[in-house]
Ligand binder design. Structure first.
Ligand SMILES: *[C@@H]1O[C@H](CO)[C@@H](O)[C@H](O)[C@H]1NC(C)=O
Ligand SMILES: *[C@@H]1O[C@H](CO)[C@@H](O)[C@H](O)[C@H]1NC(C)=O
Length: 299
């Protein structure tokens, strides 16, 4: 509690943000709009829980009411259990327009007993092709798991603007989550189809928390002086143990990395993939200065 007595501006900002986020935590009625699925997505438990459902007719999804420039998000997701082959549960941040920025986490279902895959991608200025995939090291369907920015990092996307790689830091993004059928590609490249006799498939999300600067009427809710008094999550970096965790996950669970797919890029790998950027001790982490550090933390 000593920090509360610290008179520096940054502690005050942090404190205020914490209060706001506590007040706003977990109320899906306030924070999101169900956008599709014709009644298949539902806000329940007084706003603490959203269930997403998929059947032959349609999937379903929601989006945040706010757009965010910077921040840190967490929410707990429980994926489709049993035979989830062909289904995709997605969680992503995306800005508008034709030169959009986007950070994707898609959970690709599988047959019972076979591992779920997390498919990640990063778009900057409308260009993606930066996929990395990982197996999950736990059963994501047995309980809720937290995906936030502080636990176990799986991927970093460094700011390499100096090398001419655009970095997603100026376009406001909205958060989206959905469950849909993708059996043309999701499981074993589309070989395993969705088993509709198991429908409806259900995934759920709870405890959404945005520790973030929302964007409203052309201004950030963090105020114009934000850059001089940053909250702690703004400048968060991977510490040594975070780097070790990242290395461990990438070494043991990575299934696909676009940066090693030389066949796909006959003209040469993307610039951010050059060996000196890929070493384990470099921060290949999505450090979206402010809000968009996207380490997917799974606990
Ligand atoms: C599903 O399980 C199979 C067999 O273990 C594996 O090859 C595949 O990568 C898994 N994930 C997906 C999305 O196909
Ligand atoms: C921002 O900071 C400057 C200098 O510290 C100060 O003069 C100004 O009043 C501040 N603006 C707001 C909106 O707090």
């Amino acid at each position: 509690m000593a920090a509360l007595h610290d008179s520096s501006n940054s502690s005050i900002v942090v404190l205020v943000l914490m209060i706001i986020s506590l007040a706003m935590a977990s109320n899906f009625y306030q924070d999101v709009d169900i956008t599709w699925g014709d009644g298949r997505a539902k806000v329940l438990n007084g706003g603490n829980l959203v269930t997403l459902s998929l059947d032959r007719g349609s999937g379903s999804g929601f989006q945040s009411k706010n757009e965010y420039l910077y921040g840190k998000f967490d929410m707990q997701i429980k994926l489709v259990s049993g035979n989830s082959a062909g289904t995709v549960t997605a969680y992503y941040l995306k800005s508008r327009g034709s030169t959009w920025d986007e950070l994707d986490f898609e959970f690709l279902g599988n047959l019972s007993g076979d591992p779920y895959t997390i498919h990640t991608n990063v778009y900057t200025n409308g260009k993606g092709d930066r996929e990395q995939q990982f197996y999950l090291w736990f059963d994501p369907t047995s309980d809720f798991h937290t995906f936030y920015v502080d636990g176990r990092p799986i991927r970093e996307f460094k700011n390499l603007e100096s090398m001419g790689v655009p970095y997603p830091k100026t376009q406001v993004m909205r958060l989206y989550s959905s469950l849909w059928n993708a059996d043309d590609w999701a499981t074993r490249g589309g070989l395993v189809k969705t088993d509709w006799t198991q429908a409806p498939f259900t995934a759920s999300v709870k405890n959404f928390n945005a520790d973030a600067c929302a964007w409203s009427n052309g201004a950030s809710t963090c105020g114009s002086n934000f850059s001089s008094s940053k909250p702690s999550w703004f400048s968060q970096e991977l510490d040594l143990s975070g780097q070790q965790q990242l290395k461990y996950v990438q070494k043991n669970y990575m299934v696909y990395n676009y940066c090693t797919d030389t066949k796909r890029f006959p003209q040469g790998l993307p610039r951010e993939c050059t060996p000196c950027q890929m070493g384990w001790n470099t921060r290949f982490r999505h450090k979206f200065k402010i809000l968009r550090e996207i380490d997917l933390i799974v606990e």
